[in-house]
Design a protein around this ligand. Structure first.
Ligand code: AMP
Length: 409
């Protein structure tokens, strides 16, 4: 593969986001926030597929090589990158980690003790944490001695007031970690920083951010800090998602166990993989497909999604005691003018009024000039948040004694 322009800088950071059978990668230089290369390995195993793109989105030739494990994928990608960037040796590696429990409130340099702590959190995120840890192990093996930093989806929410952190369950459960953690923290962190740059007058304001993608949640942010999140103990709560249910009455789960004798594994499959837009429409988890479909079930799935989003904007505004701005992000939030319009159409009572033309253009500000509440569309960039945290460690050097981690900035 040939090196993208401009000329490659000498030091690099690598970002990794490991799923069960996928690995997203980003290669960044020491100065620019635009990645040099992004990669996605899917269906890791005998049928693995690897795609690479330049930071500007141009496809790059996919390297030949073994894609049978996360480690092999890393080795294959790095061998290919080294031919484009001779001497490539990441100066730091950043990992997305879904769960940081109570203790991790900022990016954290990984060592054996931290990894053991993260392993202990696996019961809180059994579907994601083991894969994140597999990515960490693979990277440590491939790059021994390179500083590795964990960036947590939960960290941004760790300073919630107690009432937004708890369930009304016996206190012993709270004490052992059954809490409302909230997720999508890297995305909210990015939006909060971008808002401070692009709309400084809103940096200290009451802002509701709607991250609407295949996973969906909302976050109430005041003064750049998370105050409440629609997601709770797991990434199932709150808004309906592509295949996840969003909020359900826990009585439904008791019914499924008692009356239908469903096992925990079957209920997990139902709630994570068969519900949400897919379950309601019987057609697809993909909003584009539903918008284009003409079945009543697809229309109802969209109606439910819109209704729950609108309801959640109200809940988040109430948690903040008011709303100055509503920001849409995520694949649906950034691209679907229809969903944004429908969510906003009955929120005029909270000062929300869309400018249809701006909304159709996915403009940065899509509210009218005179609207009391600013409505914005901002593309999120979770990888960049990880790259910046990794970069802080690159600057600090390779000696973990002297390395330090920055708070999300
Ligand atoms: P994400 O998980 O953030 O990548 O978002 C994926 C979701 O965004 C899927 O439901 C897509 O159908 C949806 N999406 C992406 N582009 C559009 C679009 N132009 N209109 C409606 N939905 C979209």
């Amino acid at each position: 593969m040939s090196a993208p322009t401009p000329a490659a800088p000498q030091r690099f950071v690598l970002t990794l986001n490991a799923g069960s059978s996928s690995l997203k990668m980003g290669l960044y230089g020491s100065q620019s926030d635009t990645p040099l290369v992004v990669g996605l390995a899917d269906r890791i195993g005998p049928e693995g597929v690897l795609k690479l793109k330049s930071g500007t989105g141009d496809p790059l030739p996919a390297p030949e090589g073994d894609l049978s494990t996360h480690e092999q994928v890393l080795t294959t990608v790095i061998a290919s990158l080294r031919s484009a960037y001779p001497g490539l040796d990441p100066a730091a590696i950043g990992h997305r980690v879904v769960h940081g429990g109570i203790q991790y409130t900022q990016p954290t340099l990984l060592d054996d003790a931290v990894i053991a702590e993260l392993e202990r959190l696996t019961p809180f995120a059994p579907l994601h944490q083991p894969h994140n840890l597999a990515g960490i192990r693979a990277a440590r093996h491939a790059f021994p001695g390179v500083p590795q930093v964990a960036c947590f989806d939960t960290a941004f929410h760790r300073h919630h007031p107690w009432v937004n952190d708890t369930f009304a369950l016996p206190r012993a459960l709270y004490d052992e970690g059954v809490r409302r953690y909230g997720f999508h923290g890297l995305s909210y962190d990015y939006i909060s920083g971008a808002l401070a740059q692009q709309a400084p007058h809103l940096a200290a304001a009451n802002v509701v951010v709607a991250h609407l993608g295949n996973g969906a949640s909302m976050c109430a942010i005041r003064n750049g800090k998370s105050v409440a999140s629609s997601m709770g103990f797991s990434a199932l709560d709150g808004l309906p998602m592509g295949t996840r249910c969003g909020q359900v009455d826990p009585g439904v789960l008791l019914y499924l166990m008692d009356q239908k004798a469903m096992s925990a594994a079957e209920i997990t499959e139902l709630l994570y993989k068969k519900s949400g837009l897919l379950g309601l429409s019987g057609l697809s988890n993909d909003m584009r497909t539903l918008e284009a479909a003409d079945t009543p079930e697809a229309a109802q799935a969209i109606d439910y999604f819109v209704f729950r989003c609108r309801r959640e904007v109200g809940a988040m505004a109430a948690a903040l005691g008011g709303i100055d701005a509503l920001v849409f992000t995520g694949g649906i939030g950034e691209n679907s003018r229809l969903i944004r319009e429908r969510i906003c159409e009955r929120l005029d009572w909270m000062g929300i009024e869309l400018d249809r033309q701006r909304n159709a253009r996915n403009a940065l500000v899509i509210s009218t000039e005179l609207a009391r509440t600013t409505v914005m569309v901002m593309p999120t960039d979770e990888e960049l948040v990880i790259a910046r945290a990794a970069r802080m460690n690159m600057r600090a050097g390779r000696d973990p004694q002297h390395a330090r981690c920055a708070p999300y900035a």
